[in-house]
Design a protein around this ligand. Structure first.
Ligand code: UD1
Ligand code: MG
Length: 452
């Protein structure tokens, strides 16, 4: 196999997005669109990957990290000018260079591989990935000659009425013979409607010099959607969402209503798990088998075991074990660990707290900065008083403790093993194991008070 290189164009501002966020960083199914492109490229495998950055260069580099090399395009003078910036890194190479746009996040690995194969098999100088669409507005049109060969690409803004009626479009992804690319780029001018150096102009140059230009048609337009505005962004979101949901359903996950289920492209879900509508699964969330998630739950960067139920709840950056019950209406905040068979019921908030196996907080509690052992029962309305207005303190509740309803545990404090805390207590001091602690005023009954 010959050498393969990739250039990803990501320097444009994305004026049509009308956004403070740089276009290629707008997320699709929770991930910046340019990251989707880089992920695909990584999976196909290239000898060198160069991303052209400009607008928001720092932020884009921060997001993509060291997965790719970077070249800064100081001024955005067009896609041809952008590719030219990679000259110093690539111009001495022999092989195939694929150019992709950072704003086409739906492109698949298969299509990239097929395009490369078609290009290399034909030994073409250029192979353009094209697609046919009923609504080609905004895209460059593929102009073929009488033999049906690609002659040139004309941008929508430069096209005549007749050219605009062409439905075959330039997807913005191409394979080039690397030497041909950098030689032809030197000859690209900017006399066009946008005053830009267009990468697609390379095609006419190479063609007129007798080079072979091929086209590979993508099987569906969906893959090649270029996102230039928020309307296209929402289309990309819904196409990718449908794709992700379908893949999980085919892998054995039940999704009751895919139209109302949002799963990040980095999530993983086990067999026979059932996802109810209104559920949003974000980030690198991993869910085990036989779980019930939703309706109306939001999980972000969580790890969930098997046979766990999470209903009408929000869980972030936490670990949830096997056979755990969360909700309805619970909030599990970052750095929490719910071990196997834990139960967190309605209106319970848990933050940076570990709960041991089979411990329960079934109703109306706040558990923050706590280490809770096994088989603990936290009664209704009990809270850890973890914050004095300046600092946070730890509450420790050891195995089999029983915290009566409506108790305040004022941290730092330790409640020993097998203890009972009487309902309504405000606990300020440690409770030794096996003790009963009562910390509340004694009841006084004033007889015949009503008469007085
Ligand atoms: C481009 C193609 C068009 C094609 C369409 C597919 C050109 C001239 N036109 O148009 O034929 O149908 O993509 O989606 O190439 N960029 C830079 N530096 C620049 C300009 C752009 O890095 O100076 C980057 C952008 O960040 C973007 C990509 O190149 O990721 C494409 O630019 P964009 O302005 O979106 O081009 P389109 O008008 O969509
Ligand atoms: Mg575009």
């Amino acid at each position: 196999m010959s050498n393969r290189f990739a250039i990803i164009l990501a320097a444009g501002q994305g004026t049509r997005m009308k956004s403070k966020l740089y276009k290629v960083l707008h997320p699709v199914c929770g991930k910046p669109m340019v990251q989707h492109v880089v992920d695909r490229v990584n999976r196909v495998g290239f000898d060198k990957k160069v991303t052209i950055v400009g607008h928001g260069a720092d932020v884009v580099q921060e997001v993509l990290g060291d997965q790719v090399s970077y070249v800064v395009q100081e001024e955005q003078l067009g896609t041809g000018h952008a590719v030219m910036q990679a000259e110093s890194l690539l111009s001495d190479k022999e092989g195939t260079t694929i150019v992709l746009c950072g704003d086409t996040p739906l492109i698949t690995e298969e299509t990239i591989s097929q395009l490369l194969q078609a290009h290399e098999k034909k030994q073409a100088q250029i192979t353009v990935l094209t697609a046919v669409t009923e609504n080609p507005t905004g895209y460059g049109r593929i102009i073929r000659n009488q033999q049906g060969l690609v002659e040139r690409i004309v941008e929508h803004k430069d096209a005549t009425e007749e050219e605009r009626s062409v439905k075959e479009i330039n997807t913005g992804t191409y394979c080039f013979d690397n030497q041909t690319l950098f030689n032809a780029l030197k000859k690209v001018g900017n006399e066009n409607a946008q005053g830009e150096y267009y990468l697609p102009d390379v095609i006419e140059i190479v063609q007129s010099e007798g080079g072979m230009v091929g086209a590979y048609q993508a099987s569906s337009m969906d893959e090649t959607l270029g996102i230039n505005d928020r309307v296209a962004l929402s289309q990309a979101e819904s196409i990718m969402k449908a794709r992700i949901n379908e893949a999980w359903m085919r892998a054995g996950v039940t999704i009751i209503n895919p139209a109302q289920t949002y799963i990040s492209s980095d999530a993983e879900i086990g067999q026979d798990t059932v996802i109810y509508p209104g559920t949003v699964i974000q980030g690198h969330t991993i869910i085990g088998e036989d779980c019930i998630i939703g309706p109306n739950s939001e999980l972000t960067d969580c790890k969930v075991g098997n046979k766990t139920t999470i209903k009408q709840s929000v869980v972030s950056d936490s670990e949830v074990g096997n056979e755990v019950n969360v909700g309805p209406f619970a909030h599990i905040r970052p750095q929490s660990v719910l071990n196997d068979q834990v139960k967190i019921g309605n209106f319970v908030e848990v933050k940076k707290t570990t709960m041991g196996q089979n411990s329960k907080a079934s109703h109306l509690s706040y558990l923050g900065d706590a280490e809770i052992g096994k088989d603990v029962n936290v009664g209704c309305g009990s809270i850890t008083v973890n914050y004095d207005g300046e600092n946070k303190f730890l509450t420790k509740i050891e195995d089999r403790a029983f915290i009566g309803c409506n108790s305040n545990l004022i941290a730092p404090v330790t409640i020993g093993e097998d203890t009972f805390v009487a309902a309504g207590s405000t606990i300020t001091d440690d409770v030794p194991s096996k003790a009963l602690s009562i910390a509340r005023a004694r009841q006084v009954n004033k007889e015949n008070y009503q008469k007085k």
